[in-house]
Design a protein around this ligand. Structure first.
Ligand code: SAM
Length: 215
């Protein structure tokens, strides 16, 4: 049962079982390529330790695997056992990869141990107190100098966007998505202690990779 009725990011049942196929159709086959670009743009390096919040079926995990190599470490957190099973299967050959069933806004047992935190298409569907809790968890889990990156919708005027975009955000996405799009993410990152905020835009400016550093 999703924690908030305004959220659709807790994927269950049919949607969880066919998540990869649905994302393929929804993005006309572009989802893996988009995630690949975002993962590369986090600046992750060989040997890095990565913590992913809401890792889903492991789409980003396989991209991190190509970049961190055997000396790196990856931990993916998700609340859906169906999604986690798919991720474990995709990454079964990577011995340095672990997938754990944990709620990302609750207490996490990680402190000063990761170089990169990553989250894609989860943040927009969280209520504000949970967004702050996740960012605090990320801040605590990162090493000094580590970087948290969120890949999600960009900041734009939904009302003035082309009809298909406006229709998708207001009718198909969760109500929390429109609220997220109007948010100042830089302020939010800085409110929990992150510095050096950067944003990179994708998909005609409708998506962004927002990153902040722990220093
Ligand atoms: C829309 S999917 C995105 C999955 C993946 N990041 C991607 O880009 O393909 C959202 C994921 O976040 C997970 N999720 C949602 N809320 C969560 C929470 N509070 N704690 C842990 N995982 C959560 C869901 O189970 C789902 O796998």
């Amino acid at each position: 049962m999703p924690k908030s009725e305004r959220s659709k990011v807790e994927v269950e049942g049919f949607e969880a079982k066919y998540y990869d196929q649905m994302m393929w159709i929804l993005t006309l086959g572009q989802y893996q390529r988009l995630i690949r670009r975002a993962v590369k743009d986090t600046g992750v390096k060989l040997g890095d330790h990565v913590l992913e919040f809401g890792c889903g079926t492991g789409i980003a995990a396989v991209e991190f695997a190509k970049l961190i190599g055997n000396d790196g470490r990856y931990v993916g957190l998700d609340v859906s056992e169906i999604m986690l099973e798919k991720a474990r299967k995709k990454c079964r050959d990577f011995k340095n990869f672990k997938f754990l069933n944990m709620r990302i806004e609750e207490h996490l047992p990680f402190e000063n141990e990761f170089d990169v935190g990553f989250m894609s298409f989860v943040f927009h569907g969280l209520e504000m107190p949970d967004r702050i809790a996740v960012l605090r968890n990320a801040f605590k889990a990162l090493k000094d100098g580590g970087r948290m990156c969120i890949f999600d919708y960009a900041h734009f005027d939904v009302e003035k966007s082309p009809f298909p975009v406006k229709y998708f955000i207001l009718n198909i996405e969760c109500p929390l998505a429109a609220e997220f799009i109007a948010l100042d993410l830089k302020d939010l990152f800085e409110s929990v202690g992150f510095t050096d905020y950067t944003e990179k835009l994708y998909a005609k400016g409708y998506l962004r990779l927002a990153c902040g550093s722990k220093r």
